[in-house]
Design a protein around this ligand. Structure first.
Ligand SMILES: CC(C)(COP(=O)(O)OP(=O)(O)OC[C@H]1O[C@@H](n2cnc3c(N)ncnc32)[C@H](O)[C@@H]1OP(=O)(O)O)[C@@H](O)C(=O)NCCC(=O)NCCS
Length: 179
């Protein structure tokens, strides 16, 4: 796989995906402490500007290391970061990756993640030669499973006790999309 680009901007009909910037740090505040976000990502459990800046910096470091490609999701008509979408496990080869995403609460319910994840998957297929992208979702997270379904992913069953969070192991519903 080629190195991940230092800069990336993807434009779709409904969303723009672009690099995280230091000035986006306050965008993390509404999801800091939210269980569905913090148990599955490195977003801090409580907000401080320093922690949020460190999170943004970690996204740059992971990109440089070739492990994770994270992009801020913004709408078409305003520059604010409304959420994150990423491809992870890019260093494991085999033309596979895992996808993750979150939106701030005010941006949910409008299909923005479906648009953002589709755009990133299409880019990853074309530019990183990815052939299989995996979603690992808590079985009760129906909104996220709807996103996977809308994108054309197929349910592959439950991977038992496969995610560690909050001191216990959680079953995860696995969906995959092949391109
Ligand atoms: C999961 C998440 C990304 C969904 O993004 P979204 O843009 O708000 O998704 P949408 O509102 O378009 O909902 C997607 C689908 O799920 C459905 N849905 C939404 N909430 C639902 C719920 N509580 N129960 C059942 N279905 C639900 C919607 O109707 C929609 O279906 P449709 O496309 O057939 O109309 C967003 O809720 C979020 O950021 N949650 C917190 C973080 C998280 O859970 N991330 C994923 C971890 S795997």
């Amino acid at each position: 796989m080629d190195a991940l680009p230092d800069e990336l901007r993807l434009e779709g009909d409904r969303v723009i995906l672009r690099d995280w910037r230091d000035e986006d740090a306050p965008a993390l505040a509404p999801v800091c402490g939210e269980w569905d976000v913090c148990s599955f990502t490195s977003v801090p459990w409580s907000y401080s500007e320093a922690e949020a800046l460190a999170w943004v910096e970690r996204q740059r470091e992971k990109r440089a290391a070739g492990t994770v490609l994270a992009l801020a999701i913004q709408g078409r008509d305003d520059e604010r970061a409304l959420g994150n979408v990423n491809l992870a496990r890019l260093d494991e080869g085999a033309r596979e990756a895992a996808i993750g995403y979150w939106l701030v609460p005010e941006a949910r319910g409008r299909g923005l993640v479906t648009a953002a994840a589709s755009l990133l998957i299409d880019w990853g297929s074309a530019n990183l030669e990815l052939e299989r992208i995996e979603f690992a979702i808590l079985p009760e997270n129906l909104a996220s499973q709807h996103v996977a379904e809308r994108i054309g992913a197929t349910p592959e069953g439950v991977r038992e006790r496969s995610h560690e969070a909050e001191g216990r192991l959680w079953d995860m519903a696995i969906w995959t999309v092949s391109r």
